[in-house]
Design a protein around this ligand. Structure first.
Ligand code: UDP
Length: 234
């Protein structure tokens, strides 16, 4: 195992499959299977899940909604996804806990760093819901923040492309995938990895980011084993 404690970042859109919105139970099930595979090998797994399949604050704001209210809605959307994931993991016999960045004690535990780390030590999968708990941030930034707080060894950003390319591989057939790339290059070349706040947090604290394709079954396991999947930013 290359990594013993990871933070896996999934976008909300990853949960909707081909449906166009909402949550596809089959996709959630496939994700849970991959998490189970690495959990059984002893990897401590934490997750941050986005909310873009349900609501994004910016989208509301462009249609005239108050931005902060929109972001609150976006964070609540991530909680819906987090609960779906928790359910799927538990159905597979794993122990999972949603920790929310916004207090909602009837639904989930509140995020407390030491509690999160304790859950991980006990072998529970921790799902960080409600982003950072603050408007104007993204769940990418929440992923970078929580990963640093809990001393994760890597942020694994699951996407539907198999890494970072020098240009968009869907538009340019000549596009070349990087195996590794430095934070400096990501900033200089404006490569699309995570938003600037997330990159800054990881760079400052020397936390590597692995961008990889989780649609491919077995890829999460390969990534944790340190096999050549995706692109490593370090
Ligand atoms: N959000 C927020 N603060 C955070 C994280 C998320 O306000 O710390 C809100 C924001 O409106 C965002 C939405 O939650 O658009 C959903 O998160 P995100 O867009 O990052 O989801 P993803 O693109 O990963 O599905």
């Amino acid at each position: 195992m290359k990594y013993r404690r990871i933070l896996l970042k999934l976008s909300g859109e990853a949960l909707m499959g081909n449906q166009g919105n909402g949550i596809d139970p089959e996709v959630v099930n496939l994700i849970a299977n991959q998490v189970k595979e690495i959990r059984e090998l002893g990897v401590e797994v934490s997750l941050v899940i986005g909310g873009g399949n349900i609501f994004r604050g910016v989208a509301g704001a462009t249609k005239g909604m108050d931005r902060v209210t929109g972001d609150h809605m976006g964070m609540l959307a991530t909680m819906i996804n987090a609960l779906a994931l928790q359910d799927a993991l538990e159905q597979k016999g794993l122990h999972a806990r949603v920790l929310s960045g916004i207090e909602m004690p009837k639904v989930a535990e509140s995020y407390i760093r030491r509690r999160a780390m304790r859950h991980l030590e006990k072998g529970r999968v921790v799902i960080f819901g409600a982003g950072t708990g603050n408007p104007y941030f993204s769940t990418d930034t929440a992923a970078a923040l929580r990963a640093n707080e809990i001393n994760a060894e890597v942020v694994m950003k699951a996407t539907n492309v198999d890494g970072i390319y020098d240009s968009d591989p869907r538009k340019n057939p000549e596009a070349v995938r990087y195996e590794t790339v430095s934070f400096q290059e990501v900033l200089e070349k404006d490569l699309k990895v995570m938003d600037a706040a997330a990159i800054a947090l990881c760079r400052e604290n020397k936390l590597p980011i692995l961008v990889f394709n989780m649609v491919e079954p077995g890829n999460l396991l390969a990534a944790v084993q340190g096999k050549a999947v995706g692109t490593l930013v370090n």
